[in-house]
Design a binder for this molecule. Structure first.
Ligand SMILES: Nc1ncnc2c1ncn2[C@@H]1O[C@H](COP(=O)(O)OP(=O)(O)OP(=O)(O)O)[C@@H](O)[C@H]1O
Ligand SMILES: [Mg+2]
Length: 329
């Protein structure tokens, strides 16, 4: 089966006075139709830049410099701004972390959604406004016809996030990318938003990529989890395999820091010491080696590639020869 999105060998560099600094270093990631994939990894590992690169929204001085991202038979990295604008919204929907920075404070929420529809789908004004109310209803906003006339500041954080989701869905995308859409919300509301997206994913038959720091939150939504470290995928597996057989020392460290996993059948590591490499200061070899309790001399030599984990789910892959060998033994 052809993947809906197939990212191979993606590299992203930041232009700096002293020369380019690499922040994303050869990401391989495929998303199947209708699949939901959680992307986890600590702050600065390149989660947002990876996703922004797909739709041409990288900040100034930051560029995708290598690799490919096939989507619907085209390489997204090779499309021009005009084509990307079409992809954005109508084929790939985005939801960002902070609704207050993404919603225009001086436009009523219904009008913001309607504008997106007019622009993306070429709907007439009345049709777009009616569709906006339907979308507000779809995302569980009570009294959608009245709420459509509200200003963003009149809504609660959770309701604003629902408006953002409605905007992300407006073009009926095949892929919805959510970049930490719930971190600003309290825990109960976070769970409601996760439930909502899971429900919408089935209803609209779209794939979802959900970026988060929170492994526990994503476990209820994702089919698969990709763990990023310093701009590379270090482990990629179905959720059950990630929780039952975490294999990369970094993944194990992330899981060990989850309080709910006490007593799980896994080697418990003390929380990971040290910090990830700064952009442009990547060590040769495995980027995690300097922080890794299991590193051997060879880890500092070659960058490990993703390889299947012996004895686990066939989709379970890890970029750590030390642990792969151990799993095979
Ligand atoms: N506009 C920018 N200018 C310079 N450097 C940037 C910019 N945006 C991101 N970076 C750097 O690129 C790296 C990756 O950033 P990115 O935003 O993709 O991380 P992230 O994994 O999304 O982190 P977070 O979890 O904090 O959102 C970081 O080291 C960051 O400092
Ligand atoms: Mg981010």
């Amino acid at each position: 089966m052809t993947a809906l999105l197939d990212i191979r060998g993606l590299t992203i560099d930041i232009a700096r006075d002293g020369g380019p600094a690499r922040v994303v270093d050869g990401i391989d990631l495929a998303i199947q139709q209708g699949e939901s994939v959680g992307i986890v990894g600590e702050s600065g590992c390149g989660k947002s830049l990876t996703m922004l690169s797909l739709v041409g929204l990288l900040p100034n001085r930051i560029r995708a410099t290598g690799g490919s991202a096939m989507f619907g038979g085209r390489d997204l990295l090779k499309l021009g701004p005009k084509e990307l604008r079409k992809v954005r919204g109508s084929e790939i929907g985005f939801i960002f972390q902070d609704p207050m920075t993404s919603l225009n404070p001086v436009i009523r929420v219904g009008d913001q959604i309607a504008e997106a529809l007019i622009w993306q789908k070429g709907l007439a004004k009345e049709a777009a406004q009616a569709r906006a109310v339907e979308l507000l209803e779809l995302v569980g906003i009570p009294g959608p016809a009245e709420r459509a006339r509200a200003w963003p500041h009149e809504l609660s954080g959770g309701m604003r996030q629902r408006v953002m989701i409605a905007m992300g869905l407006a073009g009926h995308p095949r892929l919805l990318i959510a970049d930490e859409p719930t971190t600003a919300l309290d825990v109960t509301i976070q769970a409601q938003i996760v439930d909502l997206v899971r429900e919408l994913k089935d209803k609209m038959q779209m794939a979802v990529v959900w970026i988060t720091h929170d492994l526990a939150l994503i476990a209820g939504l994702a089919d698969r989890i990709a763990v990023l470290y310093a701009g590379t995928v270090v482990e990629d597996a179905p959720v059950s395999a990630i929780f039952e057989r975490p294999t990369h020392p970094y993944t194990r460290g992330l899981l060990a820091s989850l309080p709910t996993l006490a007593g799980a059948a896994m080697e418990r590591l003390p929380s990971i010491g040290g910090t990830p490499p700064e952009p442009g200061r990547r060590p040769p070899g495995c980027p995690f080696a300097p922080r890794c309790a299991h590193a051997v001399a060879a880890c500092a030599e070659a960058v490990p590639r993703l390889a299947p984990v012996p004895g686990s789910d066939p989709r379970h892959r890890v970029a750590c020869p030390v642990m792969t060998e151990r799993a095979a033994a």
